[in-house]
Design a protein around this ligand. Sequence first.
Ligand SMILES: Cc1cc2nc3c(=O)[nH]c(=O)nc-3n(C[C@H](O)[C@H](O)[C@H](O)COP(=O)(O)OP(=O)(O)OC[C@H]3O[C@@H](n4cnc5c(N)ncnc54)[C@H](O)[C@@H]3O)c2cc1C
Length: 318
Amino acid sequence: MDQIYTNLKKYGKVKINESLAKHTTFKFGGSVKYFILIDKTDKLIKVLQFLREENVEFIILGGGSNVLWGDETFDGVVIKIANQEIKLLENNVLLVDAGCVTVAVARESVKLGLTGFEWGIGIPGTIGGAVHGNAGAMGGDMSTNLLKVEVFRQGEILELNNKECEFVYRDSAFKHNNDVVLRVWLQLQKSTIKSKDLMKKALENIQYRNSTQPQGFASSGCIFKNVSVEKWKKENGEDIPELFVGKLVISAGWMIEQSGAKGDKVGQAQVSEKHGNFIINLGGATFVDVKNLIEEIKEKVYNKFKINLEEEVQEIDL
Ligand SMILES: Cc1cc2nc3c(=O)[nH]c(=O)nc-3n(C[C@H](O)[C@H](O)[C@H](O)COP(=O)(O)OP(=O)(O)OC[C@H]3O[C@@H](n4cnc5c(N)ncnc54)[C@H](O)[C@@H]3O)c2cc1C
């Protein structure tokens, strides 16, 4: 039995030659030589130390809901982070493991009578993934709740405060470095509304959101970032479209729709007819199909608006 496999087995459940299509919401992707699921923070730290000492390449995966995973085989290790502890601390702070499911954390916060994180009820994936991409919805995002975060950085365990995470819209320092998020402290507030009513309100918002998104197809949520008013002014130069006057961003989905790309197809990947910023997998789509469709959309939007759309989804470079 090979050394890496034997060592990995000490820290979690290991699978050999595992297909990533099983672990991403887009349901495509090549296979990885070693796939390990880790459900305890101490074991996660040990495995990261082991891989660093042995100089083995690895990629972190949370819920796989914001990745475009390449079709090739990855000859390293994929670490699926699944540590799951949630603790209520003093002053309405929740200490949450990076592998906790964002929806579960949001529901738990409401049950505890806390407010501020209800927006998380609609976000697939894990808290670690949400910090990495500064996920958000309904006016909230990770930057509005995060007090501090614990990360593994080149063999050291560090705590970073909110400012040090360098959050901006759908971006953070972690998109540009190799830090692994281990645990997160969320600052919430005591709710003056009963938990039951808070949950009802949050679920109504989510239901509305879901009614605007394609259901029953594999996807990775929104492919592109919305466009800030500053970017619009700089690249397009014309007045803000009437629909978005007074708003901070212009919807990428609206631009895609206006450019005539809705319904476009490459292979088995299609721009959703329901929401222009979603690409759906009709069954059997590949990374290449999606990448080509992304390029086609960008070209159409550029031709119509002179705007360069930027991807929100993370391409995993194998
Ligand atoms: C139907 C649907 C709706 C969605 N709606 C929204 C929405 O409204 N708003 C929004 O912001 N997003 C949305 N998304 C996108 C996605 O759910 C979020 O970006 C989510 O936070 C990603 O978390 P994840 O655990 O799935 O990350 P993954 O997809 O597993 O990973 C994404 C990136 O983060 C890195 N990463 C993951 N965990 C860690 C960690 N612990 N430490 C360091 N790096 C890590 C990965 O290496 C990868 O680069 C949606 C997705 C779907 C499928």
